[in-house]
Design a protein around this ligand. Structure first.
Ligand code: ZN
Length: 246
C-alpha cells in the first residue's frame, strides 16, 4: 500500500490500481469563511488524485471541502463518497447523486476493491465524526480522524487491535478545537503499540498547529517508532516499516 499525505487529516491510499482518498482539503474555503490562511499549497490537484472512493470523516471544511467535492464528482463519475450521516446530508445539499453515496457510520465496514474500510468512533465537536481503519494486503492502518482521547476511544482502539495489530497509526496532535494534544496522542500510541506512529493534523493553518517533533521524541522515549511524513511525497508502507526496523 502506498500513502501520500495531503496535509492536515488528508491522505491518499493506493493498493494495486485502487485509490482511496480521505479528507482532501484542496481549496481555500476555510480562509474565506473562517479566516484561517493556508500555510502550504495542496500537493496534489483534483486531476492528479484520481480516486475510486472518497471518505470524509466529518463535516468540517478542512475535511469536507464543499468547493472541491463537486469537481471530484464531475471528473470521476465512478468515484464513491463515504461518510457518516452529517457528511451524507451535506453531499446531498451539494447535489452529489445519492447512488454514489455509501453510509459509513461507526461500526460499518465497506469494501472498495482490495481495500476494507471500517468506521471507528471519534469524539469531536462534530458529533458523528468517525475515525477509520484501512486494511489491504495484510496491512492495517488506523487513522484517528479528529478526536479527543476518551475512555470510549481507548476501548474501541483496544477492541480493534484484538485480531491484528496496527501497522501504522495516523494520529491528530494539534490539541485544539476538539482534538488530542501530543500527550494524548502518545497515550493512544502506547495503548495501540503500532509498528509506526505518524502525527497529522498540523502545519496547515498558523492558528491551529503544533511542532510535531515533540510527538516523535515522546514516542521514541516510550519505545514506539515514530516519524513525520513529507507533504505530497508518496511512500510505501512496507518500506516505512522496514526503515524503522533496521
Ligand atoms: Zn480538522
Amino acid at each position: 500500500m502506498n500513502i501520500t499525505w495531503l496535509t492536515q487529516g488528508g491522505f491518499l491510499f493506493q493498493s494495486g490500481s485502487t485509490r482511496v482518498v480521505v479528507d482532501p482539503y484542496l481549496s481555500d474555503c476555510v480562509e474565506r469563511r473562517q479566516g484561517l490562511t493556508r500555510l502550504v499549497e495542496p500537493p496534489l490537484s483534483v486531476e492528479e488524485l484520481q480516486p475510486d472512493a472518497m471518505v470524509c470523516t466529518h463535516d468540517h471544511m478542512d475535511h469536507f471541502d464543499p468547493q472541491t467535492i463537486p469537481r471530484f464528482a464531475a471528473l470521476y463519475p465512478n468515484c464513491l463518497f463515504l461518510g457518516p450521516a452529517s457528511v451524507r446530508r451535506h453531499l446531498h445539499e451539494i447535489s452529489i447523486a445519492q447512488d454514489r453515496v455509501l453510509p459509513f457510520d461507526v461500526g460499518r465496514r465497506v469494501k472498495i476493491e482490495q481495500f476494507s474500510l471500517s468506521a471507528m468512533p471519534a469524539f469531536h465537536s462534530n458529533t458523528d465524526a468517525i475515525g477509520l481503519v484501512i486494511e489491504t494486503g495484510g496491512q492495517k492502518i488506523y487513522l484517528t480522524g479528529d478526536t479527543e482521547l476518551t475512555s470510549q476511544l481507548l476501548d474501541a482502539a483496544k477492541a480493534m487491535i484484538n485480531d491484528h495489530g496496527v501497522d501504522l497509526l495516523l494520529v491528530c496532535i494539534n490539541g485544539k478545537w476538539g482534538n488530542m494534544n501530543i500527550e494524548d496522542a502518545v497515550r493512544l500510541a502506547e495503548v495501540i503499540q503500532p509498528g509506526l506512529a505518524v502525527p497529522m493534523h498540523y502545519g496547515l493553518f498558523a492558528e491551529n498547529t503544533v511542532e510535531p517533533v515533540d510527538f516523535i521524541e515522546q514516542c521514541r522515549k516510550n519505545e514506539i517508532n515514530a516519524i513525520c511524513l513529507h507533504i505530497g511525497r508518496e511512500v510505501q508502507l512496507s518500506e516505512l516499516l522496514r526503515g524503522v526496523e533496521s
